[in-house]
Design a binder for this molecule. Structure first.
Ligand SMILES: NC(=O)c1ccc[n+]([C@@H]2O[C@H](COP(=O)([O-])OP(=O)(O)OC[C@H]3O[C@@H](n4cnc5c(N)ncnc54)[C@H](OP(=O)(O)O)[C@@H]3O)[C@@H](O)[C@H]2O)c1
Length: 359
């Protein structure tokens, strides 16, 4: 679904209408996640100077959103709150003093949190305008996972065609982005997945696969050694933690780094002390939110986002989509997003998507 299929809004939205947003009402994990959310309506308000009203078109449900809804994320908002870290929207209305953003612009909201709603009022400085023709769902998935993949590949080790990178959860959205970006860099990539049908048969660059259903540490390390073909492995990317960390730590080269950026197993990361002591392997955590806290990194992001958007527009960067659900079906959407083996992202859609496609 391309943005060219949308018609620009004809009139500023009426203040008489109300709009929907999702509320999380409890962090109690004893209750099913779908029962801890509600779709509420809220009144529109006038725009203040410098503000834009954005009609949200599509919003991602990411593991981080589920983690936060279960009380285990790095930031836990006061209840009730509106979840969602990513999405794409269209400008419905702009305050008279706003000059660089216009009605009808497709935008990525950069303000933290709260994307699962029909509309957001934001400072015009908090949106990035998307130029050209793009796929709306791909755009909705751009702000977190592709940027994370870019930073993981560029800031942690010098990756070249002379060395090798290993990542687990390679069929995840981050994993898919790492594959596409690593192929462009010419680095050899070893992808680890937990099931055979997660392997993508379309080979991207110099990449290889390991199915880690129940491999022992020794079997795992042996497969890695064979696939690395003698190239050093300075970096491993770990989305899982638990025992997965120790397998990666045993696989990297002496002095190599294991970067834990996800906690999908919900287990403590384990590492053999011999890898730390005798082989000088180090483990690190990575969180995009902390990366963004640095002003220099924020300046870097201003160039990374447009370049990722360019790749996306050319079809050189793509993530799989499992399903889309209207905000009204939030419970079903959350149940789906919480399933293993879902082969892609679950996204929410807002009321303006259908409205602007029909008008
Ligand atoms: N640190 C950061 O700044 C940052 C930024 C973005 C994302 N992340 C993290 O990166 C990870 C991937 O996110 P995503 O949005 O790319 O994921 P995603 O597209 O939603 O895919 C989830 C992936 O996790 C795998 N998985 C789930 N539970 C697992 C387990 N217990 N053991 C092994 N694999 C498991 C799934 O495998 P199956 O397909 O086999 O079920 C699938 O590959 C998440 O932990 C997310 O929180 C971190």
């Amino acid at each position: 679904m391309k943005n060219s299929s949308l018609h620009a809004p004809k009139l500023a939205p009426s203040l008489d209408e109300s709009v929907r947003c999702v509320h999380v009402t409890s962090y109690d994990r004893q209750q099913p996640i779908a029962q801890r959310v509600a779709v509420i309506t809220e009144a529109r308000r006038h725009l203040d100077n410098g503000e834009v009203r954005v009609g949200m078109l599509a919003m991602t449900i990411n593991p981080a959103d589920l983690l936060q809804m279960n009380g285990g994320y790095g930031v836990q908002p006061k209840l009730p709150y509106t979840p969602g870290h990513e999405g794409v929207g269209i400008v419905l209305e702009a305050a008279p003093d706003v000059t660089h953003v216009s009605v009808g612009d497709l935008v990525l909201p950069l303000a933290p949190g709260g994307t699962w709603r029909d509309e957001r009022v934001l400072s015009a400085r908090q949106v990035t305008v998307v130029e050209g023709e793009v796929d709306i769902l791909q755009c909705a998935m751009l702000s977190a996972n592709p940027v994370t993949a870019w930073v993981l590949l560029h800031g942690l080790a010098e990756l070249t065609s002379q060395n090798c990178l290993i990542q687990n959860a390679a069929n995840s959205a981050v994993g898919q982005c790492v594959r596409q970006l690593a192929a462009a860099m010419g680095v050899r990539l070893i992808n680890v997945v937990r099931r055979a049908d997660a392997i993508d048969n379309q080979r991207l660059g110099d990449e290889h696969w390991i199915i880690d259903q129940d491999l022992s540490g020794t079997e795992f390390a042996e497969q890695v050694r064979r696939l690395a073909g003698g190239k050093p492995i300075p970096l491993a990317l770990d989305a899982i933690a638990g025992q997965a960390t120790s397998k990666l730590a045993a696989s990297v080269s002496p002095g190599g780094k294991v970067v834990v950026y996800g906690l999908l197993s919900q287990q403590p990361s384990q590492v053999e002390p011999a890898d730390l002591v005798f082989r000088g392997v180090s483990t690190h955590g990575f969180w995009l939110a902390s990366w963004f806290a640095d002003a220099q990194n924020r300046a870097t992001a201003k160039t990374v986002t447009p370049s990722l958007l360019g790749l996306l527009a050319r079809g050189d960067l793509q993530m799989s989509v499992a399903a889309t659900y209207d905000l009204a079906a939030i419970g079903t959407a959350l149940d789906h997003a919480d399933q293993p083996r879902r082969d892609g992202k679950v996204l929410l859609t807002g009321a303006w998507l259908a409205r602007l496609q029909q008008s």
